[in-house]
Design a protein around this ligand. Structure first.
Ligand code: IVH
Length: 694
């Protein structure tokens, strides 16, 4: 293969013209990369070290003579040290959270009302809210120790991110050293982003080199930051905005505005413009103004973030699931485009729901090429009048899956007919009364449901098994390597066969098995969520774990709860957010024989940790069950509940003999009466506050 090129290869670099040089450089790079892989990854070099060095020197000579031909990812820059295989993981000192979204004026008014209510603010009391642009990039936490940039990490799953310190050091707008007097430990959180103009320039250059082009500036920024070779990041036009703090060894401000001021003093760019508003109306006005100015702003914004200004209020408001109660992201209206529905397919989800999906003539919406849109369910198809061949308007808001807004050329005769059979297993598909979803009745014989359950089980928010993504699960399912969740933990049996798979090798198999091993111990909350019980998301799973604490207890109680008259069933219903419909799904999940087998099987493979109560286990109310009733005067009901949970108490919605305390505010009614009847200890709001003070 090399023979016709040999002559060119020995031609002197000094006599080459740029066209010859370019072709030769490309060939050398390709060869060097192949030899790198043979040497580093396959342990099977085909040439001697000296021959390798000769190739590399020749490429260096070309790049020196023709600097225009140098590329950032050339082997002349990347080799030397063995290339990194992956980023080291970093545990965040404080979790990196996400924001709840607001889409309408009503959502914003609700947000402000919710905050006021939670804090129990009288009508006349003022509440300041800071508004600033939401930057569409990727979030990063920068840790400064003694004023020096010590570590930078991506958000990852919020708890654990990737160590991108070397990459972030190459970003010009990130100060390496902060002025004297900053706290010893200081984490600055913000967004790494790229301007639209820089993004376009980058894509042009990528295209010219035959390299990957990015779909939008956000992808460009992410792809540039997450480079194992930081010298590539260095050549990419990345920037950074600071907008929040993580861990700090001493407080630096009393308000969000104060934080912004400090960040700016320390040399960070902060998102502009900013507005301190006193009402929802003012926030909305600002939102509208920035939306209109958007074309003149050099980078992509996807909305406005509203944050309660007082940090003391922020602390009181705390968090719900993974987002702060004191902030929300008010998204900009979605971008729209017109295209055609080529075909409507039916997907079967993990709980058997049949979801119609429109396959579209690919179209770019807000910088992203879209080729599918969900049609949700049968009613939605009828409402929109969707059919194959229809011209439609679609829209996309941020990361949300694109939606069909309307059909441009309705034609009732062609309306899509929703199937009455599951396309995957042929079982009857039925729609319960009052339900929007049509479900496959095949249950466990339906392969689609089984596979979707496995995908959910291994996914990032559940077991988080790296390397076991949707595609691999599907393949392993088809090849009968994984049929049930427990099989994931028996993959080692297949190690030899896996090494033979196309594109796999010793290393990738080891990596997969290592990531499986890492998950052999798991908390009860994640475990419960991973089971994929209908209507049980992360927040509900967490509440279940908080209530039952151990898997033994949970299983035992679920057995009892099959009797809907039992105390166990009522205890389940007393858990916040669990109403009769969710309770039914939970109880029937655990009553199903196959599910019991899956759990039994998993227990042979796993250690399922009891739920660890968040801090403050020493508080006088830790482990106690509390019910709040009536109107509280010192704080809102939600705040009272959140505070009790922080102190390790369980908050229930109704009084039973298991209740330890009933806290009765003004005008307490039936719950107070019931508590007195059952002999449950009742407290006034002040008595409660006195109790938790100690
Ligand atoms: S404040 C507790 N401010 O949006 C969370 N976030 O959708 C504090 N983002 O993960 C975040 N611009 O990456 C905040 N001005 C801004 C922001 C911003 C962009 C990102 C951030 C966050 C995501 C949530």
């Amino acid at each position: 293969m090399l023979s016709p090129r040999k002559k060119e290869k020995s031609g002197a670099v000094s006599t080459m013209n740029i066209i010859e040089a370019e072709a030769e450089a490309a060939r050398l790079r390709k060869d060097l990369r192949r030899h790198d892989i043979l040497y580093h990854q396959k342990d099977a070099p085909e040439i001697s070290d000296a021959e390798y060095d000769a190739l590399k020197q020749r490429l260096e000579a070309i790049e020196t003579r023709f600097p225009l031909l140098a590329t950032s990812d050339s082997p002349t820059k990347t080799v030397g040290a063995k290339p990194l295989k992956e980023f080291a993981k970093v545990r965040h000192a404080m979790p990196m959270l996400s924001l709840s979204n607001s889409f309408s004026e009503e959502d914003v008014a609700d947000f402000v009302d919710r905050v006021r209510k939670f804090l129990n603010l009288p009508e006349a009391a003022k509440l300041e809210i800071v508004a600033e642009p939401k930057i569409d990039g990727l979030s990063c936490s920068l840790r400064y120790e003694q004023g020096k940039l010590a570590q930078a990490a991506t958000r990852g799953d919020g708890e654990e991110g990737e160590d991108v310190t070397q990459n972030v050091r190459t970003i010009k707008s990130v100060p390496q050293q902060l002025p004297k007097g900053v706290p010893e430990v200081l984490e600055v959180r913000g967004e790494v982003y790229m301007t639209r103009a820089d993004f376009q320039k980058l894509n042009k250059a990528q295209e010219a080199l035959g390299d990957k082009v990015f779909a939008n500036p956000r992808n460009g920024a992410a792809g540039s930051l997450r480079q194992l070779d930081a010298s590539i990041t260095a050549r990419r036009p990345l920037r950074f905005f600071g907008y929040a703090l993580g861990e700090v060894s001493e407080p630096v401000a009393e308000t969000q505005e104060g934080i912004r001021r400090k960040l700016a003093q320390w040399g960070f760019e902060v998102p502009e413009p900013e507005k301190v508003a006193g009402s929802a109306a003012e926030l909305l006005k600002f939102h509208e103004k920035v939306y209109e100015e958007r074309p003149e702003i050099a980078y992509d914004l996807d909305g406005i973030v509203y944050k309660v200004n007082s940090l003391d209020y922020q602390r009181r408001l705390g968090f719900v699931s993974r987002s702060p109660r004191w902030a929300t992201a008010h998204k900009f209206p979605a971008e729209q485009a017109e295209t055609i529905i080529n075909k409507i397919i039916i997907q079967v989800g993990r709980t058997g729901t049949l979801t119609p999906v429109a396959e579209l003539e690919p179209i770019s919406v807000g910088g992203v090429v879209v080729s599918r849109a969900t049609l949700h369910n049968e009613d939605e198809i009828n409402r929109k009048g969707a059919y194959e061949g229809a011209r439609i308007i679609i829209q996309r808001a941020g990361d949300v899956i694109p939606q069909v807004v309307r059909v441009v050329n309705p034609n009732p005769k062609k309306l899509f007919k929703f199937p009455d059979k599951c396309p995957e297993c042929g079982s009857k598909a039925v729609r319960e009364q009052d339900e929007a979803a049509t479900r496959c009745t095949g249950g466990l014989i339906c392969p689609a449901q089984a596979v979707e359950r496995l995908k959910h089980f291994a996914s990032r928010t559940a077991f988080d098994i790296e390397g076991l993504g949707d595609k691999i699960i599907q393949e392993f399912w088809d090849e009968k390597i994984i049929q049930t969740p427990g099989d994931i933990f028996r993959l080692e049996k297949h190690a030899e066969a896996l090494k033979e798979r196309e594109g796999w090798g010793e290393l990738s198999v080891k990596k997969l098995l290592d990531s499986v091993e890492k998950r052999r111990t798991i908390g009860l909350d994640r475990f419960t969520y991973a089971l994929g019980i209908r209507q049980v998301g992360q927040a509900t799973a967490r509440k279940i774990a908080l209530h039952y604490e151990s898997l033994d207890k949970l299983l035992h109680e679920m057995k009892e709860a099959k009797d809907r008259e039992s105390g166990a069933y009522h205890a389940l219903l007393s858990i916040e957010d669990i109403g009769p419909s969710v309770a039914e799904d939970i109880v029937s999940f655990f009553a199903e024989k196959h599910n019991q087998e899956v759990i039994h099987d998993l227990r042979q493979e796993l250690t399922i940790r009891d739920f660890e109560r968040p801090k403050a286990v020493n508080s006088p109310v830790a482990g106690k069950t509390v019910v709040f009733t009536g109107k509280l005067s010192k704080m809102g009901r939600e705040e009272a509940k959140a505070q009790a949970e922080m102190l390790g108490a369980k908050v229930a919605g109704s009084v039973s003999k298991n209740t330890d305390y009933l806290v009765a505010g003004e005008d307490a009614g039936s719950k107070l009466k019931k508590a007195v009847e059952l002999g449950v200890k009742t407290l006034t709001e002040d008595e409660w506050l006195e109790l938790i003070k100690t």
